[in-house]
Design a protein around this ligand. Structure first.
Ligand SMILES: [Ca+2]
Ligand SMILES: [Ca+2]
Ligand SMILES: [Ca+2]
Length: 265
């Protein structure tokens, strides 16, 4: 076997063993729902999130047809699934068995690889609890990241839901802000490996969006928040409608904001 063949074989092995995404590795989705704890994971957030029964295995249809190639630090690459997440949310105090408790919303992943704690509908109707918090203060998010993502969401979120390249570009920029300090989709902890057409298209579109923000073409912004749980994939989203859910979540964020201001003062 030539050295080149050996290297290709090693890369293939890496590919097979490291194919994952932020959501494929659904862990423990069938754990006993009545127990509320598993592996030190507590069911103690203020909202409950589940896969929407209108989604195709977590994602809006048409937004996850191709896998993105992400570079690894030691050569080769791995595939990562991206798409617009299509989920439902309810306040934990509202009954999960009442359909009116649930509100549909869309989101993106904040972590590259953590599994979700809930299964796909219709097998899972329970969901997992999350704690709502402001995007400000989330690990890896600087104040300039916060500004960037607010503008990105306000201007490109609707575009991101229209196709797999668009959704992957949007997701890539979120991961780039979380994992790195320079938003270039190159180098460091998050890096697009641009050897296939899909990933090249994603890179090109994401860079158009970066230019629109950096050159002041996109100026609108929106407030973003985080659905966080140590044992399940974290999500970034806007405040879900309708108004009753929005008020509950905004109320929580206002309390958080007040706490921060008091500490600063
Ligand atoms: Ca960052
Ligand atoms: Ca990077
Ligand atoms: Ca998490």
């Amino acid at each position: 076997m030539t050295r080149k063949h050996k290297r290709v074989e090693e890369m293939n092995k890496h590919l097979i063993t490291t194919m994952f995404s932020c959501l494929i590795l659904v862990g423990l989705s069938n754990f006993a729902k009545a127990t509320y704890t598993y592996d030190n994971c507590k069911y103690d957030g203020n909202v409950v999130v589940r896969d929407s029964d209108t989604s195709s295995s977590y994602y809006l249809s048409g937004t996850k047809d191709n896998d993105l190639q992400i570079q690894k630090q030691y050569g080769g690459y791995y595939n990562i699934t991206t798409g617009t997440l299509n989920l439902d949310i309810r306040e934990k105090t509202n009954s999960g068995s009442n359909p009116a408790s649930w509100y549909n919303f869309q989101a993106y992943c904040l972590e590259k690889t953590q599994p979700v704690k809930f299964g796909t509908n219709p097998t899972d109707t329970y969901g997992w609890t999350y704690q709502t918090s402001s995007l400000a203060g989330y690990a890896g998010i600087s104040s300039s990241d916060l500004t960037f993502l607010g503008k990105l969401w306000a201007n490109a979120f609707d575009i991101s839901k229209t196709g797999d390249v668009q959704a992957a570009a949007f997701q890539s920029l979120i991961w780039e802000t979380v994992y790195d300090s320079t938003i270039d989709l190159d180098d460091d902890n998050f890096d697009l490996y641009r050897t296939n057409g899909f990933t090249k298209d994603v890179y090109a579109l994401a860079n158009e969006w970066i230019d629109n923000i950096n050159n002041g073409i996109w100026t609108d912004t929106v407030e973003l928040f985080v659905l966080k749980d140590d044992c399940s994939q974290d999500f970034i989203t806007t405040v879900p409608e309708p108004s009753s859910m929005a008020l509950a979540v905004v109320g929580g964020l206002m309390l958080l904001g007040r706490g921060r201001r008091q500490r600063i003062a």
